[in-house]
Design a protein around this ligand. Structure first.
Ligand code: HEC
Length: 278
């Protein structure tokens, strides 16, 4: 390389290392308390009973304002998730009277039918305007991907801020902290807003959705506020990463395969070079 090219390359590298532009976003920190969820780490799995409790919270509380549009009823029966039976989900659909649009009748009026397993979970509002009108001009976001959208990234000093490698506080921990972290505001009051130190900016249009004892868990778990917040955070993590367990399993197999392959290649190399003097 010519000296000038070398200098330019060095300058470029130095800029990359020291001046991380906003779009590089190596660190996206959320204010969240640490919690050891069962699905963390390379071998982590969802706790089935917890996912079922989380679904119960969503169904009985959050679905009053939030949709979960990327989840279909049948997903609740699939392996790696809450793993309800099909009959259980069909019963829930009947009991919850989940209706979906089914075109128009001969008088031109819209008709609805009971949801099927293949239908997406219907949301509470027909339009953004309706959602806004019901929530003091704020739109409750769809919760299917919220855990991914609020993932926190961190980087230790030896990794470039360009590389998203290390999970920082955020994601499920953020949802858990947010839901159970409302506080009485000190002095100041804001019309239609609620004080929550975990929410960016600290004032959110979402009123505290849970206060403990909001549901009666079928499995007998005590529904404290922290427990409920942990369960809904786990459920929403599954909703945004329904294939997490399969992904980890395949990743592990690939690592084992590569390790065995590397060992074999080393032995081949030894055998091939054994007759060569050096
Ligand atoms: C009374 C309606 C209502 C209920 C019930 C409700 N929410 Fe919300 N939620 C909102 C609104 C409105 C917003 C938007 C807040 C804002 O932008 O200030 C919101 C925002 C959120 C956010 C996004 C916060 C962020 O970082 O942007 C999450 C996560 C959330 N809600 C989770 C839940 C969960 C979990 C439940 C059930 C336990 C729930 N919500 C129940 C109205 C509701």
């Amino acid at each position: 390389m010519k000296t000038i090219t070398k200098m330019l390359a060095a300058a470029g590298l130095a800029m990359m290392a020291f001046a991380a532009p906003a779009w590089a976003s190596g660190a996206e920190r959320h204010n969240a308390d640490d919690y050891a969820f069962s699905f963390e780490g390379p071998f982590g799995k969802y706790d089935r009973a917890q996912l079922r409790r989380g679904w119960q919270i969503f169904k009985e509380v959050c679905s009053g304002c939030h949709s979960l549009k990327y989840i279909r009823f049948r997903n609740l029966t699939e392996p790696g998730g809450p793993e309800f039976t099909k009959d259980q989900v069909k019963a829930m659909i009947k009991e919850g009277e989940y209706m979906v649009d089914a075109g128009y009748n001969e008088d031109g009026e819209p008709v609805q039918r009971l949801a099927r397993l293949s239908d997406a979970i219907p949301g509470p509002y027909k339009s953004e305007e309706q959602a806004k009108a019901a929530n003091n001009n704020a739109i409750p976001p769809d919760l299917s991907l919220i855990v991914k959208a609020r993932e926190g990234w961190d980087y230790p000093w030896y990794v470039s801020p360009f590389i998203k490698l290390v999970k920082g506080p955020g994601g499920a921990e953020y949802v858990r902290s947010l839901i159970s972290g409302y506080e009485e505001p000190q002095g100041e009051e804001r019309e239609g807003l609620n004080y929550n130190p975990y929410f960016p900016g600290h004032w959110t249009a979402m009123p505290p959705p849970l206060s403990g004892e909001d549901v009666e868990y079928a499995d007998g778990t005590k529904p404290t506020l922290k427990q409920e917040a942990t369960d809904i955070a786990a459920f929403l993590t599954w909703a945004s990463q329904p294939k997490l367990e399969e992904r980890k399993r395949v990743g592990l197999m690939a690592m084992i395969y590569l390790a065995v392959f590397a060992l074999m290649m080393y032995m081949v190399k030894r055998a091939l070079w054994s007759g060569v003097k050096h």
